[in-house]
Design a protein around this ligand. Sequence first.
Ligand code: ADP
Length: 491
Amino acid sequence: MNSLLAKLSVALVALVGLMGVAFYVVDRVNTRVYYEELSQHLNAPIAMYVTEQRQLIENGVADLDSLRDLASHAMVINPTAEIYLLDAEGDILGHNQPPDAVLGTRVDLAPITMLISGEAQPPVRGTDPRNVDSAKVFSAAEVRSEAGLEGYLYVVLGGQTYETLANNIGDTYTAKASAVAMASIVLLTVAIGLIVFRVLTRRLKRLNCEMQRLTEARFAVEPTLTRPADGGDEIDELGAAFLDMSSQIRRQIEQLKETDKIRRELVSNISHDLRTPLAAIQGYIETLIIKSESMSASDRGRFLRIARKHVVRLGVLVGDLFELSKLDSTSVTPKLERFSLPELIQDVSQEFAIESSKKDIDLEIEVSDASVFTVGDIGLIQRVLENLVRNAIRFTPEGGVVTLSIAEKPQTVAVAVSDNGPGIAEKDVPRIFDRFYRALDGEEARSDSSGLGLAIVKRILDLHDSRITVSSQLNVGTRFEFELPLIQQAA
Ligand code: ADP
């Protein structure tokens, strides 16, 4: 009883049944009105016929014998006719009914004059003297003498005799026929309706089964639904919407899996980003251990301070890496602060001094103005520069040049890291910012790379609403450039 089909069926039976009853009642009423209208049209000449035969009222005196005589003739034409002779005021002067049958003594003249003058269209109902509470269709004619209007001949049609006959035979027959026809129509409509509902709900049922199947399989299976070429009806639209929804859910599940994979790979590649500060700390500590006796106290203090700075940096890096691993799912807002770009570039260059000198690479700085300030997350921007410089040193052959430069523009300051290394093939350029993408397959690329450096760079610059651009030419060099806001110094 809870199914849609059952509910629709009950509603259909109730509605069609109600309609059947309503139509039956309307049909009965209409049949009666139709009969009355027809009867009034057909019997209109009766009154005229009777009045034309004899002078029924002469100087106010009614000829009742003639009336009865003519009435019996008229009843041959219409046995249900009840004939009354009225004076000019509507009072009954005589009739052809049993004396005790007539209850009224007067007939309302308004309907009579309306029918005779043609003002009203049949069916026009007038007083039934045998049953003053009900109105009946009639035939009427004026009775005139030389003196003028003497009265009316009033013939009630379908009077008491008709009522008795109709109730006993005709009415019950047509009522039964009408009821049987109506019941057949109702049953046929219900049967067809049930078949149609079954067909329609079967499609809904199929859709429901498909939805359950996909939900149970956690959208890991292909939907078997197909889209009709012409768009289809609402159920097809529902199916199409479900298909869209399920493919979106599957896409999102894929994305979630991808994000999860990236997160795992990020964690497993943390070593890539921790190596530089760890190596620096190790270098300074080993130097201290080996050369501590030959070193001056101030040098020892300087080494320890640098080592401590890297430890702090290491802590920041670990925090940043965990933050970056979450970048895909949650939004991280950079901690914006004002800082001096030349100083940052100087720091980064010092960080890579040992590494570059090992490869005999000239690490140059080009700064037009030593007091260029910008705003950004200094830790994250330092990461950007480190990753770019590390790449440049790694890919540039011995004896090459790596340049860190800043150039002021009207509103911004452009920061660039360029080298005269091997360059990047044109086909690789659009992909180098993808996670884990490595353009070079050589030993130098694999030994010390995770393919994450530029992806981190891009993500950080995205957070600063900045875009990194790369221009590269094979065997000539590569140049990475991005812009940061320029903060004008108060004079
Ligand atoms: P990796 O850890 O491999 O350096 P990155 O995301 O930093 O990962 O770089 C992706 C790829 O882009 C590198 O593998 C390399 O092929 C190319 N690439 C990056 N910087 C340079 C550069 N300065 N010169 C040549 N190729 C570079």
